[in-house]
Design a binder for this molecule. Structure first.
Ligand code: ATP
Ligand code: FE2
Length: 325
């Protein structure tokens, strides 16, 4: 069984091919980088319009398969930016209709978890998902993926990017900030916002923008990372304890950060738990994870008509009936 998956929730257009028997066969992507400032949804969508057809072709070539071998077309149905989602959905509908293939809309957050289960050794992990737009701790319980904690305002990556842009770093700024933070030594005063199982980042951003006026930027970057990552580690640990999961899977672009990985790993070691991190391109937004999840759904009997493929910008993780577990 083989699926082709189309991702387009935010600034990355991605197309991947996933085989049940052979895993990821290809995973092509192209990201919209704004000339300056933040991401404009319509401009990102225009990028996807140009990028998707060549990406489909490249992904099929790299996978080395013919269209006869494809069983299902999957796409990211949400959550995400409306114009981007609609572009990916339109591409998926065109493909499915022209090739007479079934189509399946996939929840993007769940796809981060399923690709991790497919390519790492984890079986039933709590997922710490930290990307630009999303920050959630998710775990499977009673037939659904449940959100145990999440950001109450902006995503973790979004906060880092906003701070980085104020410093004049190039977008996305996470990697450069990580390098700066590794040179910082002094932990400054910064709001630590954990509310129950949820976190908040905008107060931290405001504080950081004030702190750089008086302190070395390396120390501020160091402080942001130490504070925000400690918050994420705390809520992840609490979710693991709550649902009794001895495994953590990391997902989303931010988890490529080595300091975050180190902190979560230390927490896991103390609990006798395991931490799993998929390879970089499978952590970030990508088409292979959409293909992988679409295939699981299809095999479990999920079917969608074209009318069911309307995108959902605020598609919740716990809205999906998990028929494949
Ligand atoms: P989503 O649509 O799921 O919100 P996204 O469009 O933000 O995803 P991702 O590739 O998952 O895409 O994540 C990108 C984010 O990851 C950016 O905010 C970027 O700054 C951040 N990031 C990338 N590398 C690092 C790093 N080493 N440390 C911290 N953050 C990083
Ligand atoms: Fe994502």
């Amino acid at each position: 069984m083989i699926a082709i998956g189309i991702e387009g929730t935010a600034h990355t257009a991605g197309v991947g091919v996933f085989s049940k028997e052979r895993g990821v066969l290809s995973n092509e992507m192209s990201s919209y980088v704004p000339p300056k400032g933040g991401i404009h949804p319509r401009e990102a969508a225009n990028h996807h319009v140009d990028a998707l057809a060549p990406l489909v072709q490249k992904a099929m070539e790299k996978a080395g398969i013919s269209w006869n071998e494809v069983d299902v077309v999957a796409f990211s149905q949400g959550p995400g930016l409306g114009p981007c989602l609609r572009t990916a959905a339109t591409a998926a509908r065109a493909l499915a209709l022209s090739r007479s293939l079934p189509i399946i809309g996939v929840n993007h957050c769940i796809a981060h978890l399923e690709i991790g289960r497919a390519v790492t050794g984890c079986r039933d992990p709590a997922l710490l998902y930290a990307s630009g737009g999303n920050t959630q701790v998710i775990a499977f319980s009673n037939g659904r993926y449940r959100v145990f904690g999440e950001t109450l305002d902006i995503g973790m990556g979004n906060m880092l990017d906003k701070f980085g842009r104020a410093l004049g770093l190039s977008f996305p700024c996470g990697r450069e900030l990580e390098a700066l933070a590794s040179k910082g030594k002094n932990l400054l005063d910064m709001p630590y916002s954990v509310k129950g199982m949820d976190v908040a980042f905008s107060g931290m951003l405001t504080a950081a923008l004030e702190l750089v006026k008086k302190h070395p930027v390396e120390d501020v970057a160091f402080t942001i990372q130490e504070t925000a990552f400690a918050m994420l580690t705390e809520v992840t640990e609490r979710a693991m304890a709550h649902v009794g999961k001895p495994e953590v899977l990391l997902g989303g672009g931010v988890v490529q950060n080595k300091r975050l990985q180190g902190m979560v790993k230390a927490m896991c070691d103390e609990r006798g738990a395991a931490m799993w991190v998929p390879p970089g391109p499978l952590c970030a937004d990508n088409g292979a994870m959409i293909a992988c999840t679409g295939l699981l759904m299809h095999e479990s009997g999920v079917r969608m008509r074209i009318e069911d493929t309307v995108v959902n910008q605020s598609f919740r993780t716990d809205q999906v009936d998990v028929t494949w577990r």
